[in-house]
Design a protein around this ligand. Structure first.
Ligand code: NAD
Length: 273
């Protein structure tokens, strides 16, 4: 990725720790010369140790390409605006924006989807889907011509993946938001795409049942293995870079081919006589 992001600046939303997909992507962007502003989930007022901030600061502090780290809860329009104001102050305009944010209550991920509470549904939708619209709207005035927005999605929004539940519904909404945003921002020469990753062991991934999926993917995906953090990082960087100019409104799967399967494939091999 050498030089791909030379002279480019942007925002990375959604790093929680070193396992976060947003961090894998940010590392590739910074290795390519990109300069980034980061956000972290705000700490609770009673958390004197500021654990959320510290976990991200541990990663960003040593990086000269990480220009700032500010709190962001995407359910607050004021906080979203404050992030954009900070980006405008530091960078003027931005060339890329990564949205790698999702949340649903464990309660709604454990049982049947039919049991999803009204409050749980609204919260999951607000944080995991609506937030992309809110962030894109607030970023609009500072998006450079040819800027790229990318978000993270999962196959559970396209097909029923038991256990993914309300998050699948959120991802279906998110996938649609990507297309409508791509249309709205097209005339401004801004692109919007989604990266659909196979299972990755992260905080959010664990909550959404990734541990049980890893073996299934290994046995069913055409490539017979799971994806690596670096593979997701490189494809995310591709979508945020000029290398993907001409691609918008797209969902790009990085899942070793799992999504193309119409049968369990080699998973059936042990059953064959
Ligand atoms: N891990 C996987 O297997 C996988 C697969 C496909 C897609 N994804 C998606 O990738 C994205 C990143 O998740 P991850 O797996 O890296 O896990 P992660 O837990 O590292 O990242 C999720 C991020 O969302 C942030 N977040 C949650 N609520 C927020 C709020 N109200 N305001 C602002 N930020 C908030 C968290 O702070 C965290 O940084 C998510 O959209 C997730 O659905 C993950």
């Amino acid at each position: 990725m050498g030089g791909l992001f030379e002279g480019k600046k942007g925002l990375i939303l959604g790093v929680a720790n070193d396992h976060s997909i947003a961090w894998s992507i940010a590392q590739q962007v910074m290795a390519g010369g990109g300069v980034c502003g980061f956000t972290h989930l705000p700490d609770r007022a009673d958390d004197e140790r500021q654990r959320n901030r510290r976990r991200v600061a541990m990663l960003t502090d040593p990086c000269s390409s990480a220009k700032f780290l500010v709190p962001l809860d995407v359910s607050s329009d004021e906080q979203i605006q404050a992030v954009m104001d900070r980006a405008a102050k530091e960078f003027g305009k931005i060339d890329f924006l990564l949205h790698a944010i999702a949340f649903a209550s464990m309660e709604d991920l454990k049982g049947e989807t039919i049991q999803t509470s009204r409050a749980g549904f609204l919260m999951a939708m607000e944080i995991s889907a609506y937030s992309l619209l809110a962030v894109a709207k607030a970023a609009r005035p500072i998006l450079n011509e040819n800027a790229a927005i990318a978000t993270m999605t999962y196959f559970g929004g396209e097909k029923a993946v038991p256990g993914y539940n309300v998050m699948g519904i959120c991802k279906a909404a998110l996938d649609s938001i990507v297309k409508y945003l791509a249309y709205d921002l097209g005339p401004q020469k801004v692109r919007v795409n989604a990266l659909s990753a196979g299972p990755v062991r992260t905080l959010a991934g664990r909550g959404a049942g990734v541990d049980g999926m890893l073996e299934l993917y290994e046995r069913m995906a055409p490539m017979g293995r799971n994806i690596t953090d670096e593979e997701v990082g490189r494809t995310g960087a591709f979508l945020l870079s000029d290398m993907s100019n001409g691609i918008t409104g797209e969902t790009l799967h990085v899942d070793c081919g799992y999504n193309i399967m119409g049968s369990p494939g080699r998973l059936l091999d042990p059953l064959k006589k």
